[in-house]
Design a protein around this ligand. Sequence first.
Ligand SMILES: [Zn+2]
Length: 340
Amino acid sequence: MRGAVIYAPGDVRVEQRDDPKIIEPTDAIIRISATCVCGSDLWDWRGINAVTEPTPMGHEYCGIVEEVGGEVGSIKPGQFVIGSFFASDNTCPHCRAGYQTSCQHRQFVGAGGAQAEALRVPLADGTLLATPEVPDDALLPSLLTASDVLGTGWFAAAAANVRPGMTVAVVGDGAVGLLGVLAANQFGAGRIIAMSRHEARQKLAREFGATDIVTERSDEGVARIKDLTDGVGADAVLECVGTNESMIQAIGSTRPGGFVGYVGVPHGVALQGEPLFYSHVGLHGGPAPVRRFLPELIDLIWTGKINPGKVFDLSLPLEQVADGYAAMDERRAIKAFLRP
Ligand SMILES: [Zn+2]
């Protein structure tokens, strides 16, 4: 099969790879219908995460089940399925508590490289969810977002404890931040302040439910949020970047007693205990337990209530995956959709 492999920063190639095979009796092999480039893939592309050996890329996927192992019961060949980037058994105490990305048996599905024609998914029964039937092509972009980026924005809103009527601020205007806006809107937020300097992203944020746009960053961004909230701060803040600056901005924008839902993978975040102590702000985040939200997200997409696939503003054949990385790196594209 064909699949994307990173060799060095800025060097992602599509090449012939071994077809995935059933290794454990709990595995499934799926034929990829659509995949994409994640903001977190750019850490490797930019050389911020070291690339020590040629590594298959991609961890967002949906497709048709081709084969299952002998112990797989609920997933069957021919079904169209979506799963999280971490495989989970969905039965251990952490899974039952709704933290499937901390599953006691979790495995990184992306190790197999989802930017490819086919993928091995471990723990298929606990990881994958089938749609009611095989969807039309038009639904693929939105369904694909449920594999990671939508579920991550959704978790940011859930972790920040967004409730109806709240004022919510969203730090980060990448695909996760934009879908955090969509999630906050679905959770019933009364006011949603999107922090963005990019016109096309501001427009999409408004389409997803943002009521206010703040272009300032750091201390000026915090001051602007305070201005907009009578000096109080936002009730809930979604941190969707992962830098020290964005984290401090998120905490500073939150009212005492409010929560920051943080889903940006931290790079160089070093919080000081004392200002955090006096902020009275709660922090809750981590790798999004996408599997918890999958049934609801698939239903909302299937019934046309949300259209998160709008974050894909670039669509490419898999063979041109490197163009997708470059476009996202240079912020010419929000998110690149790939068809094998
Ligand atoms: Zn588990």
